[in-house]
Write a protein that binds this ligand. Structure first.
Ligand code: MN
Length: 499
């Protein structure tokens, strides 16, 4: 079973009429074999559909038009088995709106030394056919992914899947709706941004909804629904004594369950893929949603706090990219540092809203006071994250473009129990090292809000940025501050001219 069972990518082979019917027949047979192999690969999380070999300007144009219009087609993979003069591709590529992957491969892995003749050479000429095609895509300044290597190798399949996942997230953003309850947290800069530009460039809409309208949904929740949900809490989490049946704070758990049910219904009815809210605007709600938001994130909704719709959308995209992979992608905030010992590390958390997809063990369901917001004590899930390689990603609005900042990090075991800390927490070491990672992030203008992912790598985000036309700064093992600063400076110039 594919992770994305309702979608497909099209495998498109380019050729021309010059070689005669027999050669074209062989081209088609070989293309079917490659498309089938990719389709059957356990490494590729989507169906790969063979499309008849294209040989003329008209066929290419029609193919691109069909790809644009087919809602299940999330991208096309192109390959030139023979030469395919690339002026034939101009009209098609000009209208292509779906992501493009150029697979630079060859049917034969080895040269048949004893039998090779000019017929073989004419059939197996991807080495120059793909260069001709590549020139045109570069000439047209189109973003695409180039995967080079023999089609049977696992490395080629791995790279194709990374692009597939990025293309799925892109498809998911197109026409997506995000709800914003209340506005931005007052005076905060990095969570602001141009929502019109986001819809224009990135395809998703962000609109505001009155908290009072959400409260109506919460108030309409029935007691029976609340009882069922509390039973689920009891089964899935370790409940504080005070929250158990006959516990002193049982009513707070009821209120929390009611908030969750109301929010879920609101989001479902409106067809939303994510949301944001702010503790400064909770009129009519008894608690800041803690467990509600945590569980909605774990279900796949994008979320970020304090009106941060950009991070909410990014969390949703990264959750989509990670479908079926182990680990999770979660809203996160760089909270506090530990400079002692082995190079230093970051403790990440949020006031309440840390996604339980990161939990190493069964979460505890607890209630504690919250110093801000002026509401009743909120119920939240408390847990500790897993160690292992991860990334932090942040989407910021630079005024004339959106920038995606990515830092590869190493998640570490939280070394102490933290008995007084009433929130879920994760710890990591930024790469290439604590101070370079942090300074690079600050130079790049990365936010304190991120999406922390243990299922994705910087490669997924790089492919996604390319498809989405986002500026992408990656800080990883190989980064130096000198290079990061130069990249930022040079990008500044690039985006003055090209965006
Ligand atoms: Mn925050």
């Amino acid at each position: 079973m594919k992770a994305f069972p309702n979608s497909e990518v099209w495998f498109v082979t380019g050729s021309q009429h010059l070689y005669g019917e027999e050669t074209l027949q062989q081209v088609a047979e070989h293309s079917v074999i490659i498309a089938d192999a990719l389709n059957l690969s356990s490494q590729i999380s989507i169906k790969v559909t063979f499309k008849p070999v294209v040989k003329t300007t008209e066929e290419i144009y029609n193919l691109c038009q069909q790809a644009n219009q087919n809602p299940n087609c999330i991208g096309i993979i192109t390959w030139m088995h023979t030469f395919s003069p690339a002026k034939m591709w101009i009209n098609g590529l000009k209208i292509l709106q779906k992501p493009l992957l150029h697979l630079h491969t060859q049917f034969n892995s080895a040269i048949p030394w004893d039998t090779i003749d000019m017929d073989f050479m004419n059939l197996n000429q991807s080495a120059h056919g793909d260069r001709e095609f590549g020139f045109m895509v570069s000439r047209m300044k189109m973003n695409r992914k180039v995967v080079a290597g023999h089609w049977e190798t696992s490395e080629v399949h791995r790279q194709i899947d990374i692009w597939v996942r990025a293309a799925m997230a892109w498809q998911d953003w197109q026409g997506a709706k995000f709800a914003r309850f209340g506005d931005n947290m007052r005076n905060v800069a990095v969570t602001e941004g141009d929502k019109v530009e986001a819809e224009l460039k990135l395809g998703f809409a962000v609109n505001t909804f009155a908290v009072g309208d959400l409260v109506q949904y919460i108030n309409a929740v029935t007691d029976a629904e609340v009882i069922d949900l509390m039973a689920e809490y009891e089964k899935e989490y370790i409940l504080d004594t005070a929250l158990q049946v006959n516990g002193a704070r049982r009513n707070s758990l009821k209120d929390a369950a009611k908030i969750e049910l109301g929010m879920r219904r609101f989001l479902k009815e409106g067809g939303f893929k994510g949301f944001s809210n702010t503790f400064e605007d909770l009129h009519g709600m008894k608690q800041l949603p803690g467990i509600a938001t945590q569980r909605l994130m774990a279900e796949g909704y994008g979320y970020a706090g304090e009106g941060d719709w950009k991070t909410a959308a990014l969390v949703r995209a990264m959750k989509t990219m990670g479908t079926g992979l182990s680990g999770g992608s979660a809203f996160m905030e760089d909270y506090t540092y530990h400079y002692e010992g082995d190079g230093g590390m970051v403790l990440g958390a949020h006031m309440l809203e840390v996604d339980p997809v990161l939990a190493a063990d069964q979460p505890r369901c607890e209630i504690h006071p919250l110093g801000i917001g002026g509401k009743e004590d909120p119920v939240r899930l408390v847990f500790t994250g897993k160690p292992g390689p991860a990334i932090n990603a942040s989407l910021v609005d630079m005024g004339n473009r959106f920038r995606l900042v990515v830092n590869a990090v190493e998640g570490v075991e939280v070394p102490h129990k933290l008995p007084k800390l009433p929130v879920a927490r994760v710890m990591w070491k930024p790469l290439p090292d604590m101070n370079t990672g942090c300074a690079g992030w600050i130079y790049a203008g990365g936010a304190h809000h991120t999406c922390y992912s243990q299922s994705l790598s910087a490669e997924h985000l790089s492919d996604f940025a390319s498809i989405a036309g986002l500026e992408n700064i990656i800080i990883d093992q190989s980064s130096t501050l000198h290079q990061i600063k130069n990249e930022i400076r040079w990008n500044e110039l690039y985006y003055q001219f090209f965006k």
